[in-house]
Design a protein around this ligand. Structure first.
Ligand code: ADP
Ligand code: VHF
Length: 372
């Protein structure tokens, strides 16, 4: 055996995310044996004094067989109907399983808004914190039955990363049907396992692609690596491995892939701005403004903006985009959308002279800006 992973052994609060492919059968229904073995691992973990939050997918897949649906439906309404049936069955199985370990579970269904809007995520945090304080094990999933196409997460990887940040976890563990990140498709014999990733350096040479053969997962490796990027950026290490390797993974053994946490944690406010808020509009920047904001970390002034999209109010999050429309930063804007067109391309002294001293303010102050 190699070295023990200290960050895993030392983690007190752990968010564990398990994908549909690890919980359900190919025929569409709960794989009771696999749910029970996961429960046994997590039940054991919780008795060692660790706080565990489980983010569990599988509602849609678990609802397929009971509704006599042969495959995962494409349309949202049928997915929601399947989730409505499957979520109840899944939580029932978890409740029975964890009861064997003397643990009560609490179901927490969240929408994107619940983890992205400040007032809402404080509320979600309080509920999760209270469940943990009461000794219960929270089981989180997206609230699939009410989420619309536009706003849904769809997969639970990003939701798990945001929940990990929300509860200030020491570790995020992503359990899937694949035992690690590979350099290419795991079915390709030339692909190699990646044991360790530092996302601060690059992931080039790694071919990350779509969900696996089970056909029930949604995001594949793309959303897992994105989740790892979010969590590690917040200072939370991530282990990615298969559900069947959960025991050695929690024991700190070198299985799966460890994504190393960033050494410096960003201000919580800027983290949420970058990863959790939905932008309400876009400010198009000329090349000089892109360079000022990105390379020199300056505030954004009206002179560098060429166009404005969206309807937002002062204080809302907006994306700053370059000449190709690619987002380069996100920030909290100091003007309403309707005020901006008259200011574009004009210098701040000129605006102050023409319109009054209030118009000397930056469009986005550098303290309210985060690079993407
Ligand atoms: N580079 C890669 N390394 C590992 N797995 C990959 C890679 N590219 C694509 N995959 C696929 O991603 C799948 C896991 O994603 P998904 O099916 O969405 O799982 P889950 O239901 O656990 O979220 C694996 O089964 C694998 O086939
Ligand atoms: N909320 C959905 C998650 C969808 C899904 O397939 O997610 P995942 O298996 O994590 O890629 C469900 O419970 O079915």
């Amino acid at each position: 055996m190699g070295q023990v992973r200290e960050e895993v052994i030392g983690a007190r609060r752990i968010v564990v995310k398990v994908g549909s492919s690890s919980l359900t059968t190919a025929a569409g229904g709960i794989d009771e044996q696999r749910v029970d073995s996961l429960v046994d691992v997590l039940g054991g973990l919780a008795t060692t004094g660790r706080e565990v939050v489980l983010v569990s997918s599988g509602a849609i897949a678990a609802g397929l067989a009971p509704l006599r649906l042969r495959r995962r439906p494409r349309d949202l309404a049928t997915q929601q109907a399947a989730a409505s049936v499957g979520q109840g069955l899944l939580i029932q199985r978890y409740a029975t399983g964890f009861a064997r370990h003397g643990r009560t579970v609490g179901q927490v269904l969240l929408t994107v808004d619940d983890v992205t809007r400040r007032a809402h995520y404080r509320n979600a945090y309080r509920t999760l914190r209270k469940l943990l304080d009461l000794g219960a094990l929270p089981i989180v999933n997206e609230n699939d039955t009410v989420a619309t196409e536009e706003i849904r997460f769809g997969d639970n990887d990003r939701l798990a990363a945001l929940v990990a940040a929300l509860v200030d976890a020491d570790l995020l563990v992503l359990l899937s049907d694949v035992d690690a990140l590979y350099t290419g498709s795991p079915s390709d014999p030339s692909s190699r396992q990646v044991a360790h990733v530092d996302l601060a350096s690059d992931l080039s040479g790694i071919n990350i692609s779509k969900p696996g053969k089970s056909g029930v997962g949604t995001g594949g490796m793309v959303t897992k690596v994105e989740a790892a990027r979010i969590a590690t950026g917040f200072g939370i290490p991530v282990v990615l491995t298969s559900a069947s390797l959960a025991t050695p993974a929690f024991g700190g053994e070198e299985v799966g892939t460890l994504f190393q946490a960033a050494r410096k944690r960003p201000a919580a406010r800027l983290f949420w701005l970058a990863h959790a808020t939905a932008p309400r509009g876009r400010l198009h920047l000329d090349p000089g403004a892109v360079a000022a904001v990105v390379a020199r970390r300056k505030s954004l002034l009206p002179a560098g903006i060429t166009a404005v999209d969206g309807s937002f109010a002062a204080g809302d999050p907006v994306d700053l985009v370059d000449g190709d429309g690619a987002p380069v930063a996100r920030g909290l804007v100091n003007y309403d959308a309707v005020e901006l067109p008259a200011l574009l391309g004009r210098s701040t002294p000129e605006l102050a002279a023409a319109l009054g001293p209030g118009y000397e303010r930056e469009v986005v102050h550098r303290d309210d800006l985060v690079l993407l």
